[in-house]
Design a protein around this ligand. Structure first.
Ligand code: F6P
Length: 343
């Protein structure tokens, strides 16, 4: 069997572990030949690929990023994109394609399978942890570790200077990274996209801390957090090929607002791509490896249109379309746990 593999969307720690698992299980377990496409969906569209083998994937398990490169190319935004992908699979004599990605990459994979009948299956990844049908995506654990370590560091300097520190974390329209890093780092307020915030209430929490003799505060804000209507003005950014807003900037808008309203010195740290780069945690390496092995087995069994997912502690195959039909957002009861520690 000949199987293609690609990584699309934002990179994340654990991608190389997943690629290695697909190669090792595919070649040693099933006798597959594996082609790696470059830069997500751009690879099949532009005929950019190379053969992957045990030697070329040796030593990549602990490395962040992706040896295949990635992009936010949308095959449905290219003229004849769907036809080109089909022809590429034919001319390269591929039996199928494994797309490792998040909402956008897997959304394209689901359409290529469901609408065009192409033999495609997916592997879920994203630091945002926002994919449906799986309990967790790899990349998330590493991002939370990085953000938590940053919050710990910011705590000591905030306390020394009696400052308010606003920390902006990634996560798109889901507040998972903010919630988990904020909880683990003991944040005094956590603002998530799922719950529009009132800046005056945030200021009240900070004032309450001051009245209790705590002269510093840490406010974790998810990049997708939005103020409740009519409470604060914000700016909008540009969009990508999938029509998603390029987020980031809410921290910079929130910091001065808090300083003006409370009179307390406020500084802003935007963690940005630091959360996405570098060595994956052991948890992410193991999850990515389990998913990669399951994807290779699914390809061997001709199970296209699916994605291996973490369900409880088990890996199960679910329909690709279920993973992308609805974002997995922070439920109110989980946010309420964090609220216990605000202010
Ligand atoms: O989806 C992963 C993610 O890191 C989001 O959290 C963030 O909004 C986005 O990607 C940033 O994308 P880019 O690297 O293209 O700026």
């Amino acid at each position: 069997m000949r199987v293609g593999v690609l990584t699309g969307g934002g990179d994340c720690p654990g991608l190389n572990a997943a690629i290695r698992a697909i190669v090792r299980r595919g070649i040693d377990g099933h006798g597959h030949e594996i082609l790696g496409f470059r830069d997500g969906w751009r690879g099949p569209l532009d005929d950019d690929w190379s053969e992957l083998n045990v030697e070329s994937t040796a030593g990549i398990l602990p490395r962040g990023g992706t040896i295949l490169g990635t992009s936010r190319t949308n095959p449905f935004k290219r003229d004849g994109g769907e036809r080109i992908v089909r022809e590429r699979l034919d001319t390269l004599a591929l039996d199928g394609l494994i797309a490792i990605g998040g909402e956008d990459t897997l959304g394209a994979a689901a359409r290529l399978h469901d609408e065009a009948g192409l033999p495609v299956l997916g592997v879920p990844k994203t630091i945002d942890n926002d994919l449906g049908a799986t309990d967790m995506t790899f990349g998330f654990d590493t991002a939370v570790h990085v953000a938590t370590e940053a919050i710990d560091r910011l705590h000591t300097t905030a306390e020394s200077h009696n400052r308010i520190l606003v920390v902006e974390v990634m996560g798109r329209h889901a507040g998972w990274i903010a919630l988990h890093s904020g909880l683990a780092g003991g944040a005094d307020a956590i603002l998530v996209p799922e719950r529009p915030f009132d800046v005056e209430k945030v200021c009240d929490l900070i004032r309450r801390r001051h009245s209790r003799g705590r002269y510093f505060s840490i406010v974790v804000v998810a990049e997708g957090a939005v103020p409740a209507e009519g409470t604060m003005q914000t700016l909008e950014g540009a969009s990508d090929e999938f029509g998603h807003l390029r987020l980031g900037g809410i921290g910079q808008q929130l910091g001065p607002e808090i300083e003006e309203r409370t009179g307390f010195e406020t500084r802003v740290t935007v963690l940005g791509h630091v959360q996405r780069g570098g060595t994956p945690t052991a948890y992410d390496r193991v999850l990515a490896t389990r998913l990669g092995v399951a994807a290779s087995d699914a390809a061997q069994g001709g199970r296209w249109g699916v994605m291996p997912a973490l369900r409880g502690s088990k890996i199960e195959l679910v329909a690709l379309r279920d993973a992308v039909s609805e974002l997995r957002l922070v439920p109110p009861e989980e946010y309420e746990i964090a609220e216990t520690f605000f202010g």
